[in-house]
Design a protein around this ligand. Structure first.
Ligand code: AMP
Length: 290
């Protein structure tokens, strides 16, 4: 595994790879790697010859007062994990190298951002879309792998790739969970023991919503209320949102008559956790989501 720390070096390596007709898979991350990330890495192996993973805590996607400074970081451990998962090139740039001067252009995401995390994290998805635009160019990726744990991100990246005609193909991978159902997340380390026990109820609440749809419920307001109630009853976390929207367009709907996402965000003492489930109008998890 080669560790690359500068944009110039990576751009020159990917130039050569493309000249040699090698296909490139790319897994962008913010590090503190866990099984959610490594599943994306493993997936790349069946698509592309070369696997590039990046570790970059992107300041552009953090708002004031968010956890940019204290986002968990462990380079040594990450390098070991990346190597174990056959990463060919691990890209770990500095902030100064990615953003050597004040930006002249930022990507402005127009849709799919006024709901869910976009609503409570203004500017977040502009930061995501801007860094990914840079990373898609630098890596020259044929395939880019994203987890459905961050389903709104998947929806935004789909818009970015479609609207800007990137040749990179988006591959969305199902959420990887702990054995009790909690979605794997770098932020889970911030949960107290009691909160860790409560956090399992986010997934259970989503399953409750799914079951309502399987049983024939069509009214989003009623389903959202039941999911909220479940979370309120089973956790001491503060609900940031519970919503049910079309997916991937993320529009409000009056009735469940298409593929939908039920998504939740709950603030615990030191960690804000998100989770979601994407299902067809019959409540079944579809094989291909985007
Ligand atoms: P992050 O480092 O949190 O920015 O995540 C990097 C990538 O890993 C994103 O595409 C995430 O959606 C994905 N990811 C994070 N956690 C999970 C998970 N539990 N299951 C699947 N993908 C995940």
């Amino acid at each position: 595994m080669k560790i690359v720390r500068t944009v110039n070096e990576l751009a020159s390596i990917t130039d050569t790879l493309k000249k040699d007709n090698r296909t490139i898979g790319f897994v962008p991350t913010m590090g503190y790697l866990h099984e959610g990330h490594t599943t994306l890495m493993d997936e790349s192996k069946s698509y592309a010859d070369i696997l590039i993973a990046s570790i970059f805590v992107n300041p552009l996607q953090f708002g004031p007062g968010e956890d940019f400074e204290r986002y968990p970081r462990d380079e040594e451990r990450d390098q070991k994990i990346a190597k174990q998962h056959s990463v060919d090139i691990l890209f770990m740039p500095t902030v100064d190298d990615m953003y050597p001067q004040e930006s002249t252009v930022n990507v402005d995401v127009k849709r799919r951002t006024d709901v869910l995390c976009g609503k409570s994290r203004p500017g977040h998805f502009n930061g995501v879309a801007t860094v990914l635009t840079k990373l898609f160019h630098i890596t020259k990726a044929d395939f880019a792998f994203f987890g459905l744990k961050d389903a709104q991100q998947v929806a935004v990246v789909k818009g970015l790739i479609d609207d800007f005609n990137f040749s990179t193909k988006l591959i969305a991978v199902q959420t990887i969970r702990e054995s009790d159902g909690l979605a794997r997340s770098s932020r889970n380390v911030y949960l107290s023991d009691q909160e860790r026990d409560e956090a399992v109820h986010l997934h259970k609440a989503l399953r409750t919503g799914q079951q309502l749809i399987i049983d024939g419920a069509k009214n989003p307001v009623m389903i959202i209320e039941k999911v909220k109630k479940y979370i309120e009853t089973h956790t001491n976390g503060q609900i940031d949102y519970v919503d049910l929207l079309s997916f991937p367009s993320l529009d409000k709907i009056d009735t469940v008559n298409q593929q939908v996402i039920i998504a939740v965000a709950v603030q615990f003492t030191k960690a804000r956790l998100i989770d979601n489930i994407i299902i067809s109008e019959n409540g079944i998890v579809p094989k291909a989501i985007v």
